[in-house]
Ligand binder design. Sequence first.
Ligand code: ADP
Ligand code: MG
Length: 264
Amino acid sequence: MSEVAYERVQMNLERLRLTRIGDHLDGIAEEAARHEWTYLQFLDQLLEAEVAARYERDVAMKTKLAHFPFVKVLEQFDFAFQPSINERQVRELATLRFIAQAENVLLLGPPGVGKTHLAIALGVAAVAQATSVYFTSIADLLEVIHRDAKEDRLAHRLHTLCKPKLLILDEMGYFPLDRLAAQFLFQLVSRRYLKGSIILTSNKSYGEWGDIFTDQVLAAAILDRLLHHSVTLNIRGQSYRLREKRKAGVFTDFAEPEKEDQPV
Ligand code: ADP
Ligand code: MG
């Protein structure tokens, strides 16, 4: 290729923002010559490189936007430790069909049984397929919406939280929600209903949701929409965190989780 043509190609690749092709043009062209690729094979390799690079960038960006507090994957989860979890059901969820069908996943159980781990692992799997995810704890969300309420930005927040295909709401139930929070959650769940998935984790059984929301009617309305197209995993077992401590000799025996922490 003449110098002029080469420079024009590089310039046009830059203009079209085909940066990966620009970076790898020389290498791929040499390989093409060595293996006597057809023109079509050559073009195919260039485009594959560019598409792969864009996908990587997309996943990196979505990982950032997801706000995971830490990264956990399913491979790190010891199913043998938590026999109340149906491994096949979790693996089915990891296919992410539930997101395509805008279904919700509710992970219930006492502290330390792996609810957040599983929620993040499903979120990480979704991001790896370039699906948009947003993770927030209920505590952080409450802080945000109270600030938003003062700044008259609640509608905007609602809009933003409806965008990701998967919204993870972690730790519902550790403290009661006031009326503003309950109404906001009702709107959020209603807006996302049949449109975008929610994974919600809670240490409270459904029967105890009235206590979280103080308003029984609102609690029932939220549950109604959340549960209509949903999968619930009721985890009943020992805390993995305490197991680590017990191994270290901090505990000699396990106390069973408090009765009120046990989901029905
Ligand atoms: P929860 O959200 O139910 O309170 P977490 O998901 O935060 O519990 O789990 C507590 C810690 O124990 C995390 O570091 C998590 O990765 C780990 N963990 C919990 N269950 C398991 C498990 N079955 N296999 C491996 N790690 C686990
Ligand atoms: Mg948790």
